[in-house]
Design a protein around this ligand. Sequence first.
Ligand SMILES: Cc1cc2nc3c(=O)[nH]c(=O)nc-3n(C[C@H](O)[C@H](O)[C@H](O)COP(=O)(O)OP(=O)(O)OC[C@H]3O[C@@H](n4cnc5c(N)ncnc54)[C@H](O)[C@@H]3O)c2cc1C
Length: 387
Amino acid sequence: MDFSITADQQALLDMAADFARNEIAPHVMQFERDEHFPRELAARMGGLGLLGGTIPEEYGGLGFGNFENCLVVEELSKYCIGVSVSFAASGLGAYPILLFGSHEQKKKYLPDIAAGKKLAAFGITESAAGSDAGSIRTTATRKGDSYVLNGVKQWITNGGEALTYSVIAKTDKTKGARGASAFVVEKDTPGFTFGKKENKLGIRASATRELVFEDCEIPAGNILGREGTGFIVAMKTFDQTRTGIAAQAVGLAQGALNETLAYAHERKTFGKAIISHQAVQHMLANMATQIEAARALTYEASRYCDSGAKDMAKYSSMAKLLSSDVCMQVTTDCVQIFGGYGYMREYPVEKMMRDAKILQIYEGTNQIQRNVIGQFLIKEVAGNKVG
Ligand SMILES: Cc1cc2nc3c(=O)[nH]c(=O)nc-3n(C[C@H](O)[C@H](O)[C@H](O)COP(=O)(O)OP(=O)(O)OC[C@H]3O[C@@H](n4cnc5c(N)ncnc54)[C@H](O)[C@@H]3O)c2cc1C
């Protein structure tokens, strides 16, 4: 379909597609087997402007919007979202600084993230606080010109690999969600260590670790925004980045469909290519239709985010929900069309199916996305704004 992509946007998309084809695709199986974190790609991606694209030119980025970011993430996700999430998570870590940092904080941290010299990460989740993020227990206690952090963040993408961390911690335990604040913490700060690399079902190239804070003292100037606004920082960040998860899902689903179309064209049963069996054709037709619908919603939601609309969260949640559900269904059906070969590690679709599952879980499970959308519907019906 024609999504009214401009010549500049098409050039960016083509560059990301070339990079993914030439620099990611040939190494996917090895990255997966060795759980290799693709650090060596960062500088090259930074040089091409594929990292931190949403960072303004003033701070070393390309200054493009959520929509262009989705175009890039979709292309990078066609072969391996373990790789693409490692770089998308750096964008997630940069967003709180971008949205709430002072000019000095932006000048200090964003150029190196955009250049790929330093990756970023974002930490809110804890062992007893995932969906229920208000229950976090990590504390940041003011001590003169410092804050002292204590607590453990769990399952943080790029944990241990990133040099710059946006972290949400409680500055006032008596105030629930309103008692949280956001901070930048640098990797080598004394009292800041990491847990072991998690052994995961999928996205095995990505690094997921605990962030451990033990009397970790950081300058008071590392706070992002004001005390008590940590959850606003987190939610405003997710409003922007959930379309990126949707783009990962659209890219991965399209990549899996491409592999499956080629296989269905080659593989013969009963004297003809399996793509000629109508039951297989129907599965492929459903997949192509669902992917196109997910892409359309993702693109429109990301453009809506770029418009700065107040209810952007409703649409970024819808895009994340639809696209990740589509991706899970599509990758599962791709394994089915590959038959027994689909279950084997030698073929790419079993990895794609394992990878797809995380898209329904991180940055808010799909149940939580439904809660977000539901809250908007309740407000709309109460205010007589139902379309
Ligand atoms: C590989 C990986 C990478 C991650 N990366 C990061 C990262 O970089 N930074 C970070 O901060 N976090 C990260 N996370 C954490 C992730 O965002 C959380 O796992 C996720 O938000 C769900 O939280 P939980 O696992 O504690 O599940 P829980 O909150 O315990 O939920 C368990 C189940 O209950 C459901 N549920 C819970 N509450 C409700 C409700 N109110 N209504 C309906 N259903 C509900 C959930 O949908 C889920 O199905 C990562 C997780 C993984 C696995």
